[in-house]
Design a protein around this ligand. Structure first.
Ligand SMILES: Nc1ncnc2c1ncn2[C@@H]1O[C@H](COP(=O)(O)OP(=O)(O)OP(=O)(O)O)[C@@H](O)[C@H]1O
Length: 241
């Protein structure tokens, strides 16, 4: 939790005047935000605001982009996604990307280790006991919550330190959303830095240190989670809820 009495932690990710395009369509119009090391930061905003596109641009998955993205002081805006991954950034996409024909263990064995420090299978199973129980089940047989856990577990295998989680609670029952919340808090305690795209503001407020509000491809506001009580009406109007 940021404390105004102490200096802010150093920024791990700095996005500056980021523009991105799909063909002729100009989608990000100068995104600016900073992610301090060790924080959980959310990108909040309505459908189509540009949150997923921002994650994909950070990951190097969009070729048509301009502006600056610095990770740990290194400019990454011109790098392809495999090089971005090797610096220690991983994306868990909204569609989860589980290999349906492979079982849990095989899905966990697939990701390449890009940096030392990735979780071993044993460590993954300690963190996700449910995945141990389900280790021989095929991807298609998993519940939505189990799939989401597997998708997050997979990126923890890589050794990444900055985790980009795109709508991890989407379509999940409240009890599973709570489990994802507990997981996010555990990952923060373990020292990961997390950027979370969320439409579920209630969930976001239970895990995040700060929130950036995205509208029409720009960040239009930033709020510390500790101040969120006073900003509730403003947020409701931003999100149309
Ligand atoms: N592959 C694509 N080709 C063309 N336009 C796209 C593509 N993906 C997204 N867009 C457009 O870019 C804009 C931003 O989309 P983006 O998915 O980043 O928004 P979002 O804030 O993540 O919303 P959502 O929650 O709906 O995913 C939208 O207008 C969307 O229609």
């Amino acid at each position: 939790m940021p404390d105004r009495g102490t200096p802010a932690p150093r920024p791990l990710l700095e996005v500056e005047d980021l523009h991105a395009y799909y063909g002729e369509s100009h989608v990000l119009h100068g995104m600016n935000f900073t992610v301090p090391e060790g924080e959980v930061v959310t990108l909040l905003g309505r459908n189509g605001a540009g949150k997923t596109t921002t994650m994909r641009a950070i990951m190097g998955m969009l070729t048509s982009r301009k502006g600056s993205i610095r990770y740990d002081g290194v400019e990454t805006a011109g790098l392809p996604s495999n090089k971005v991954a090797r610096l220690g950034i991983a994306l868990c996409p909204e569609e989860r990307g589980i290999f349906a024909g492979l079982n849990v263990r095989e899905n966990l064995e697939l990701p390449p280790v890009v940096k030392p420090g990735g979780l071993t299978l044993k460590e993954v199973y300690e963190l996700f006991p449910r995945l141990l129980e389900r280790r021989d089940s095929q991807g298609t047989k998993l519940s939505g919550g189990e799939q989401q856990m597997l998708a997050i577990a997979r990126i923890l295998r890589t050794g990444a330190k900055l985790l980009l989680l795109d709508e991890p609670t989407e379509g999940l029952a409240p009890v599973i959303v709570q489990q994802i919340g507990a997981l996010v808090r555990t990952l923060k305690r373990k020292g990961f830095t997390i950027v979370l795209v969320e439409q579920n503001f209630h969930f976001a407020s239970t895990v995040a240190d700060r929130h950036y509000v995205v509208e029409h491809g720009r960040v239009i506001d930033m709020m510390l989670n500790e101040d969120i009580g006073a900003s509730r009406d403003k947020i409701k109007s931003y999100l149309g809820i």
